[in-house]
Design a protein around this ligand. Structure first.
Ligand SMILES: *Cc1c(COP(=O)(O)O)cnc(C)c1O
Length: 355
């Protein structure tokens, strides 16, 4: 039975990418060797790493602009610490919009003072604060572009003279932005790019070298850049799958093309959530709704068993809300086809008719 995978992460990947990845595990580039049993320093793998790094910059429009792309390990959670280790001398400014921002703040506090410029915590992170002040004497400003758990997304980024750092784990490559506004972007691969195990880091080189602390090698962006993302053995399989996904996106027409589909998917689902009397938007305020993760719920909990049964019969997977929030969450990452959202909307309408 065909499945419709709305999982929040690890998430759906294009079928063609899964197919090619499976083949490479058995026979990589007709070498009769597996991708995962050859040297990461072999010509074939070095080419994979180089291609993945340059495709990432190409999609973001950051080639030849002083940026470097790295594929590191430790997840986005490791970047919470690594970013601060490399950039935080005295004081950093953080926007707190959810669990991931809060975790980033916690790690940064190991290294210096953190000013929380604004937070939506007292409202269960159901909106994105606006019109806050970013102190000019902070070393950098950090924000989270999309709040995977609560289903909110920054629609308009602030203007600031200090370097802007952004955790884009759950919406990277999903919409067009002026990425040159950011000095550091990081994203765990498993939301919109590949399997868990590698994290994309895009960094403007001129922001490095400004802190006085000694930085251990594994934590040092400069070392990782000098070693071309191979200071230690990289996560060869996750990097390869990420490269294939970035190629898939390029063949589709890049971010501008996928953004159109992402807008159609989000419109289709949110229109149904707002129209269908059985459902309501959950947690996220309308003006800050995420196009990647839509949080919603049944107005009447008694229909839960019926709705869940319909979902199962339609092959819909991964629709439960985050364990800390409850309700439902439809994650509509790049590889999820519009057709899958239509199947979900059909189920919502079938339950409405039967109820
Ligand atoms: C999932 C997620 C993280 C955590 O990623 P790990 O790779 O598991 O460390 C961080 N930030 C955001 C926005 C996420 O969605």
């Amino acid at each position: 039975m065909k499945k419709h995978n709305f999982s929040a992460g690890p998430c759906i990947l294009p079928q063609s990418v899964l197919q090619k990845s499976a083949e490479a595990v058995l026979n990589f580039n007709n070498s009769n060797l597996s991708l995962i049993e050859i040297s990461h320093r072999s010509k074939d793998f070095v080419e994979v790493m180089d291609t993945a790094r340059s495709l990432a910059l190409e999609h973001l429009g950051l080639q030849n602009k002083g940026y470097q792309a790295l594929f590191l390990q430790g997840g986005a959670s490791f970047q919470f610490l690594m970013a601060a280790y490399n950039l935080l001398e005295k004081k950093a400014a953080y926007l707190n919009t959810g669990t991931w921002s809060s975790n980033a703040i916690k790690e940064a506090k190991f290294l210096g003072e953190v000013v929380e410029v604004a937070t939506s915590k007292s409202d269960n992170f159901n909106f994105i604060p606006k019109n806050y002040n970013i102190p000019k004497d902070a070393d950098y400003f950090h924000c989270t572009s999309n709040n995977t758990i609560f289903g909110t997304q920054i629609q308009s980024f602030p203007e600031t003279e200090i370097p802007m750092v952004c955790d884009m784990s759950s919406d990277i490559f999903s919409r067009q932005l002026d990425f040159s506004k950011f000095s550091l972007i990081y994203a765990g691969a498993q939301k919109n790019m590949g399997p868990a195990g590698t994290t994309l880091v895009v960094i403007k080189e001129d922001i490095l070298g400004k802190v006085t602390r000694a930085i251990p090698s594994m934590l040092n962006y400069k070392v990782q850049i000098d070693k071309e993302s191979m200071f230690n053995t990289p996560a060869v399989f996750p990097v390869y799958v990420s490269m294939l996904t970035l190629q898939w996106l390029k063949d589709l027409g890049g971010i501008s093309a996928i953004e159109k589909v992402n807008n159609q998917k989000a419109d289709l689902l949110y229109n149904e959530i707002d129209r269908n009397p059985l459902f309501e938007g959950y947690v996220a305020k309308k003006e800050d709704r995420s196009k990647m993760n839509a949080t919603f719920n049944l107005r009447n909990e008694e229909l839960k068993a019926t709705f869940d049964d319909h979902l199962k019969q339609a092959g819909i997977n991964g629709l439960n809300g985050h364990r800390s929030v409850g309700g439902y969450r439809a994650s509509m990452y790049n590889a999820l086809p519009l057709e899958s959202v239509q199947v979900l909307v059909d189920v919502m309408q079938a339950v409405e008719k039967g109820a």
